[in-house]
Design a protein around this ligand. Sequence first.
Ligand code: GFB
Length: 319
Amino acid sequence: MLSLRNKRIWVAGHQGLVGQALVRALPATGASVLTVPRFALDMREQQAVRHWLRQNNPDVAIIAAATVGGIGDNQARPADFIYDNMMIAANIMHESAHIGLEKLLFLGSSCIYPRDAMQPIGPESLLSGPLEPSNEAYAVAKIAGIKMAQSYARQYGCRFISAMPCNLYGPGDRFDMKRSHVIPALMMKMDVARRQRQSALEVWGTGTPLREFLHVDDLAAALILLLQTHEGTEPVNVGSGQEISIADLATLIAEITGYEGDIRFSPAYPDGTPRKILDSAVMRGLGWRPEIDLRRGLMQTYDWFLQNKASAAEDHYVA
Ligand code: GFB
């Protein structure tokens, strides 16, 4: 058990969806949260990361910094996704190993697992088959991060652990019709369509893929529990256990946003992986349960969007 009381915890990527949730949740543990704005530290620069870590000397680090986006953004910018994410993980882990950090938590994503993995997906599926092509670059960078954490643990005895969340959503997400994940993209599209009284709108793909969604505040609680109680180098899956098809999700978001026009599926756009539900047995074994059901979480996220339209559409590079 690691008490976080009075620990100085660096949340790398505090402006992103996960980072903001951690900044909200960590103070209740008695920890003090360290952050650095993007303009003051480019985590892709090794010298800058080395200098910052030596100056600030945190006790614990959480790598929530990443270049992320939805399926469209992944397909448009594979070079950014592989380069940024590999550099961020490599620089932070390598430099952390040399300042005697007590513990580090690396965040990945369920897209690290093979496209045709057995469902629910356990960590033993890692590297057992080909990846989903639409997000291969991102997945490879995240797999490299997991392997780095394992290698530094083995060679130097570092307490580097990894968590793999399912698809996330919540307040503080990036809202962009082309680049963001499905929930913010559909909320934004439907909000515009309702206000402009459009009779129909387009939802990418066939509507048949299944996704497991988790509210980011539930993820933050899981990550804190992992820091406090978990040791070991196997990635730990964090999922809600609840799946929904994209078609049903679109209907639910239409209800919440008050959009009453037609929903037209557009198979010219990619579906991505057909299904990716995680086996989250390790988290459940630690006593963690998600508390925010999808409908309530979507309503709260839409309210947040309505109140924060300007910042929600900003161009985040970290998530
Ligand atoms: O959220 P999303 O981009 O993530 O897409 P992935 C989920 C599903 O929603 C896909 C469909 O089947 C999309 O085709 N979809 C329908 C839409 N309409 C839209 C729309 O307007 N925007 C978006 N974005 N999707 C991402 C990975 O995959 O998952 C990332 O690309 C990351 O690397 C993340 O791992 C968790 O689940 O397909």
